[in-house]
Design a protein around this ligand. Structure first.
Ligand code: AP5
Length: 224
């Protein structure tokens, strides 16, 4: 049965970093809702402007928009054997949608929550730099590139996300507490939520995630 691997965690917990490694390891596509929405936000349309404003402020985009994004992306042929979700679900409604989708697609949901303290999250987010060409993620404190400000892989100058400033990070962490933390309880109640220490080195976290995925068995989370 194909798998839907779901990385859950606060902003900056390392979902994207791990999802990229998992995509390489399993050959599944990485579906980052944040990335897809950032692309949509570039369009000069009502929806594009709305998403741009919400993301810049660190607030969540509507469940209806996310439903369209996920349905359209996961129906692409590259998702047939499985895929990795990075940043979805984030609300109870999105979690319920995912359960319906998994049933319809005949896939099993495997969840991994990466846990990181609030103090570390702020430093990780304000110190993050991304390669606009290949998407590689760095951190000026924890994972610096070999040459300052330049991607190790392709030499492209690194960029900083518009929502990685202290104000927006504060709003993002609050949105996580309000909307996403209750979701964790929803999954925990089903007995299938596996949590790992996200403050270990990237490679150690990755090994733990792989072990959890390899050992995962059983059905989808029942609706309560
Ligand atoms: P999104 O792009 O998903 O951002 P996020 O959830 O805030 O998460 P991040 O991408 O910031 O963090 P991450 O956990 O992926 O960490 P990373 O691996 O980069 O969403 C952005 C916005 O889009 C939202 O605010 C919302 O507006 C909208 N949106 C998206 N999805 C939505 C949804 N489903 N519903 C509604 N709205 C939605 O790592 C962070 C840093 O830490 C990096 O510098 C990295 O190098 C470093 N790092 C990673 N792992 C380690 C480690 N083990 N040790 C040390 N450093 C590490």
């Amino acid at each position: 049965m194909g798998k839907i691997i779901v990385m859950v965690g606060a902003p900056g917990a390392g979902k994207g970093t791990q999802a990229r490694l998992l995509a390489e390891h399993f050959g599944y596509p990485q579906i980052s809702t944040g990335e897809i929405l950032r692309e949509m936000a570039q369009a000069d349309t009502l929806l594009g402007r709305e998403i741009r404003a919400l993301q810049a402020a660190g607030r969540l985009v509507s469940d209806d928009t996310l439903a369209q994004v996920i349905l359209s992306r996961t129906s692409q042929p590259d998702c047939a054997n499985g895929y990795i979700l990075d940043g979805f679900p984030r609300t109870r409604k999105q979690a319920e949608m995912l359960e319906d989708l998994a049933l319809k697609q005949g896939k099993k949901v495997v969840l991994v929550r990466v846990v990181v303290s609030d103090e570390a999250l702020m430093k990780r987010l304000t110190g993050r730099r991304n390669c606009p060409a290949c998407g590689e993620i760095y951190n000026i404190y924890f994972r610096p590139p070999r040459q300052e400000g330049v991607c190790d892989r392709d030499g492209t100058p690194l960029a900083q996300r518009s929502d990685d400033n202290a104000d927006a990070v504060g709003t993002r962490l609050a949105a996580y507490e309000e909307s996403t933390a209750p979701l964790i309880e929803f999954y925990r109640a089903s007995g299938r939520l596996v949590e790992i220490d996200g403050e270990l080195p990237v490679e150690k976290v990755f090994q733990k995630v792989i072990t959890i995925i390899d050992e995962s068995a059983g059905g989808n989370v029942p609706r309560s």
